[in-house]
Design a protein around this ligand. Structure first.
Ligand code: PEP
Ligand code: MN
Length: 334
């Protein structure tokens, strides 16, 4: 971090700032020019409040030269993080396919889809029990019963389960769930992130629709700093001026987040496009761009799905897509 002082800073205030920085274990390297003095701050500046320093009378400007996230930063953790879930590995060169309906609707539906996607190569089953809907009048999910049915599907197929947690108070209900999904709307629900940091459960953290890479990594930092190293990043499209697609899929996030962080990155082409016809090509592009996996909505009867039918692909479409995705992954390894 670099602190640029105003001309002729008042000495007692400067001494006070230097003393305070020393207390924070920060080394200060001043460069005194004819008109301006610059302080180079060396050490872990991630906990320093940039706004607090900027507001001081003697300070002209403050610039961060290092990212404010430490645990999520590749600089401090050069190796890829690999997360083990129910016998499968996420990250480190594996292609993880998470598939299933937007929401659990019945035992027959979730167990049937689970069997089909498993046969096509999915390694994790998705399905919402608690649904964050824009309208309070829309289907809110089967809730506790939905969790029970997901566990039935796990029993029937052996597939680990990924489902969304909306509030920290729901944690006891998720004890047997393998991956806790934090939805886009909850990416900055900091009390939820802190609670997840106190567990060791893998967390699929979805990027908020108006959030930057840094925002996403700072949210991951909440979970990591709490002591839970099992964070998976997920891009699910962001809001732009385009209205043809539900969101805009930002595939540049894959090489960017891989450069900035060691955490695995999963792409959700279903919520990113909102259209089942666009899901296969975006899924293929994501694998070609180096994604660690995909989370795809699959429904046996998309036209009658209770949630997100227009973006859900059929089990047959998933089957041929999964084969193509593995071919692309293999071609990249050559
Ligand atoms: C979902 O996965 O069904 C979902 C609601 O996702 P998002 O939070 O990305 O909208
Ligand atoms: Mn959905």
């Amino acid at each position: 971090m670099i602190v640029i002082l105003k001309e002729h800073p008042e000495q007692t205030q400067l001494d006070h700032l230097m003393g305070w920085l020393k207390e924070q274990q920060i080394e200060v390297h001043p460069t005194v020019g004819a008109h301006q003095t610059i302080l180079g701050l060396i050490g872990d500046t991630s906990a320093l409040d940039i706004d607090l320093i900027s507001a001081l009378d003697i300070v002209d400007d403050v610039k961060r030269v290092q990212e404010p996230y430490k645990n999520a930063n590749r600089k401090f953790h050069p190796e890829d993080t690999v997360i083990e879930v129910g016998g499968t590995k996420i990250g480190g060169g594996n292609l993880t396919l998470i598939a299933g309906p937007c929401s659990v609707e019945s035992e027959e539906q979730i167990v049937g889809i689970a069997k089909e996607v498993k046969a096509s190569g999915a390694t994790i089953l998705r399905g919402g029990a608690f649904k964050p809907r824009t309208s309070p009048y829309a289907f809110q999910g089967m809730q506790i019963e939905g969790i029970r049915l997901l566990l039935k599907a796990k029993e029937a197929t052996g597939l680990p389960i990924c489902t969304e947690i909306m509030d920290a108070s729901q944690l006891p209900l998720f004890e047997d769930i393998d991956i806790l999904q934090v939805g886009a709307r909850n990416m900055q629900n900091f009390s939820l992130l802190k609670a997840l940091g106190r567990t060791r459960k893998p967390v699929l953290l979805k990027r908020g629709m108006a959030c930057t890479y840094q925002d996403l990594l700072m949210s991951a930092e909440y979970i990591l700093a709490g002591g839970n190293p099992n964070v998976i990043l997920c891009e699910r499209g962001i809001r732009t001026f385009e209205t043809y697609t539900r969101n805009t899929l930002d595939l540049a996030c894959i090489p960017s987040l891989k450069k900035l962080s060691h955490l695995p990155i999963i792409i959700d082409p279903s919520h990113a496009t909102g259209k089942s016809s666009l899901v296969p090509s975006m899924a293929q592009a994501a694998v070609a761009a180096g994604a660690d996996g995909l989370i795809i909505e699959v429904h046996n009867d998309p036209a009658h799905a209770k949630c997100d039918g227009p973006q859900s692909i059929t089990p047959d479409a998933f089957d041929s897509l999964a084969k193509r995705l593995h071919r692309i992954k293999d071609a990249l390894a050559d």
